[in-house]
Design a protein around this ligand. Structure first.
Ligand code: GLV
Ligand code: GLV
Length: 315
C-alpha cells in the first residue's frame, strides 16, 4: 500500500507507517507541492497525509482512484472538499485535541502582547530609543475586569477561556451550543453582535466554512468597541481583513494580533505599516509537542483506515 505525505512532517509518522510495511513516499521540497504534481502522486496512493496548503477540490479527488483516506495534518480542513471526498468513499481526518493547548497558548500570547504593546516596546529598544522610565510610555490595557469575547467555543476557544479566566476577565462566548466548561468559569453565551459590542478583547476560534466566511463583515466589525484588542489564530477569511486594516489604521481598534490571513501566503502589504499590529506566520500548532502528536495521530488514522478499522478522528 502506498502512503503519500505531501511535505516532511515529524519522522514518527513515517516510522509508524513503515512498521506496517507500507510504501511511504514523502515530498521533500521546502515548499508546498504543486497542484499538478500532487495530482500525479495521489493517483496510485492508498492514503495521503496532507497539509492545509494542499487543495483537495473535486478535480483532485476525482484523480484519487485508490485512496481511502486523506489525513489532514491540521485541525482545520477547509482545504478539502469533505462532502465530495466522502461521496467518493474517501474518509477525511484531522488532528484535533493534540494542538489545542499550543494554539490556545499562542492566542493568549497575542492577547497579552497586543494589550501590553510588547512589539512596540521591543522596536523602541532595538531602535536604541529608550530614555529611561517614563510615566506615559506605551500605556496598554490590563486584562483584569475586562470583557473577553471568545468567538467559537470549541476545543481551542474553551482552552483560551480557561487561560483567560486566570487573568480575572469576564468571559463572553459566541457558539451554537452551551459550553459547560466555560459556563463553570462564569462565562455568558451571547449572540455574536452583542459579543462584539461588549468585548474589550476578542479572540477568534471558528473553523472556516461557507457559513463563517466573512462572518465578521464590515457591518459587524464596526460594532467592536473602541480601544479593544482583536486576535485571530483561526482563519483569516473569518473576518473582512481590509476593513480591519482600516479600523486599525485609525486606531478604532487598539491593537490586533494575527496568526492567520485572508490570502496566505500573500500578506496585504498595508499590514506591515501598522504599528499596532502583531503578525505571526501561522504558528498556532508550532510546538514540537503538538507537531509530533499531530504526526502520530495522522499516521494512526491512516493505519486504522487502511486496516479496515475506521478513522480515529474523522471530520
Ligand atoms: C492550523 O491552522 C490547523 O488547522 O491545524
Ligand atoms: C478545534 O480544535 C476547535 O474545536 O477549536
Amino acid at each position: 500500500m502506498k502512503v503519500f505525505i505531501t511535505r516532511e512532517i515529524p519522522y514518527i509518522a513515517v516510522e509508524l507507517l513503515k512498521k506496517k510495511n507500507y510504501d511511504v513516499k514523502v515530498y521533500r521540497e521546502s515548499k508546498p507541492i504543486p497542484y499538478s504534481l500532487l495530482k500525479k502522486e495521489i493517483i496510485d496512493s492508498d492514503a495521503v497525509i496532507s497539509l492545509l496548503t494542499d487543495k483537495f477540490d473535486m478535480e483532485m479527488i476525482d484523480a484519487m482512484t485508490r485512496c481511502k483516506i486523506i489525513a489532514n495534518y491540521a485541525v482545520g480542513y477547509n482545504n478539502i472538499d469533505v462532502a465530495y471526498a466522502n461521496k467518493k468513499g474517501i474518509t477525511v481526518t484531522n488532528t484535533p485535541d493534540v494542538l489545542t493547548d499550543s494554539t490556545a497558548d499562542l492566542a493568549m500570547t497575542l492577547v497579552l502582547a497586543c494589550s501590553r504593546r510588547v512589539i512596540e516596546g521591543v522596536n523602541l529598544m532595538r531602535g536604541k530609543k529608550f530614555k529611561g522610565w517614563q510615566p506615559k510610555l506605551l500605556l496598554g490595557i490590563e486584562l483584569k475586569g475586562k470583557n473577553f469575547g471568545i468567538i467559537g467555543a470549541g476545543r481551542i476557544g474553551t482552552a483560551v477561556g480557561k487561560r483567560a479566566a486566570a487573568f480575572g476577565v469576564n468571559i463572553l462566548y459566541y457558539d451554537s451550543r452551551v459550553n459547560q466548561e466555560l459556563e463553570s468559569l462564569g462565562a455568558n453565551k451571547v449572540p455574536l453582535n452583542s459579543l462584539l459590542r461588549k468585548s474589550d478583547i476578542i479572540s477568534v476560534h471558528l473553523p472556516l466554512t461557507d457559513n463563517t466566511f466573512h462572518i465578521l463583515n464590515k457591518e459587524r466589525l464596526h460594532l467592536i468597541r473602541e480601544n479593544s484588542v482583536f486576535v485571530n489564530t483561526a482563519r483569516g477569511e473569518i473576518s473582512d481583513e481590509k476593513e480591519l486594516i482600516k479600523m486599525l489604521g485609525t486606531r478604532k481598534i487598539f491593537s490586533a494580533g494575527f496568526d492567520v490571513y485572508e490570502n496566505e501566503p500573500d500578506i496585504n502589504p498595508e499590514l506591515y505599516h501598522l504599528k499596532n499590529v502583531i503578525l505571526l506566520p501561522h504558528l498556532g500548532s508550532a510546538t514540537d509537542d503538538a507537531r509530533n502528536a499531530m504526526a502520530k495521530l495522522a499516521s494512526d488514522n491512516v493505519i486504522s483506515v487502511l486496516s479496515g478499522k475506521g478513522a480515529i478522528t474523522p471530520v
